[in-house]
Design a protein. Sequence first.
Length: 467
Amino acid sequence: MMYLKNAITGIRFWIVLFFVLRLFGITNPPLETAHHWRQTTVTMPARNFLETNNNILYPRVDFAGEKTGITGMEFPALNYLIYLLSLVFGYAHWYGRLINLIVSSIGLWFFYKLVKKYFNQSLAFNATFILLFSIWFTYSRKIMPDTFSMSLVIIGIYYGSNYFDTKSSIKNISGYFIFTLLGVLSKLPSAYLLIVFAPFIFDTEKNRKAKIIFILTTGIVISIVSVYYFYWVPYLTQHYQFEHFFMGKGILQGMREVFGDVYNGFEKFYLDTLQIAGFILFVAGLGLAMKNKSHRIILVFSLSFGAFVVIIFKAGLTFTHHSYYMVPFAPVMALLAANTLEYLTQPKLKLALLLLILIESLGNKMSDFYIKEENLALVRLETELDKLGERKDLILINSGEVPTPMYFAHRKGWIAKNVKVADDAWIQDLKSKGLKHIVILKRVFAKEISLNYRKVLENKDFDIYEP
């Protein structure tokens, strides 16, 4: 009985338990309501690495029309891991879910170790528990690089901190370099959290040689990341004439957009990240840290929030409309929320608050584990098109800016809104470029329209025309 009690009160139990529980529906196609489009822009390059060209520096999407589909995007580390698994087991999109869940679970464990090292075991447990049920809960099983990237950065920070706190070693500086580089390459905004190393750099008691080596190592990371994002990504976009990746906007423009949409921006903090209960604890934790002059917590928050604001303003309206931008800041908010629990003397009250966060999170996120029937209809799109032609045939889908149906069609081509699809002159131009079929979606991602072309397939979910 004592062993069981010790296991349950250890954070590894909860990380493993909810790793296992989140395996439910792990093989689902990326068709859940939230961010299916973002997931399929990860699976497209992964499948193309397998079927077209496996050069990691030339990722390809499927909705660039007659072009190659090569375009600038986030460094495809997650995509390439999917490809490597596919070499062994055959292609399946859900590998991305599993890889992300594994890496993100390991990231939680390193977050726990990091907080425990600089604060205490109680704060580390509560912060990690809250982070587990934050926005990370569902995004860690999506085929997206957000929690994947942040987990790698957290692991890198752990090894970097070890480099300063213990005898400098090749293991620690190598761990910092490898994990930080892969994490930041996978998702550029994750780099903001490296600001926490500022106190180490300016600490006069730290070994001068160690600081120089650390700064040089960080400089190499920054250089590699900068070459990729500020030279290679623009080069691919320009040379292959297809723009896909969002590189942000000017700070002043972003500020105007964020302040012009304050409510949606604030909602990302109070609702999307920790849910309402967690956000209340976060605010209280910040207030208690200031009241009790908890300098270390205040320093972590001040540095990270200041750096994160730059991310917010660089994103502008994109930040206020996409919750995944909050993933990098969730660990900081979880730390502050857990700080509130440190001041509560009644164990039952602490437990009740943690359970409230758990229940609120599960209640709000269960829809991500199921696929709506009308969305699942897209899985049949590839089979129906196979009956009509070859996979090399170019198609047009009336899904507007949503590339998800193109992925499930397992073809390349164009996506456009109905008003554009109804333009016969444009269709004739696409036909001269190789267009073979037009897919008209009826129930998801678009509304039905009739075209004056030969209809070769009709069902309740989509029609297919030959122009």
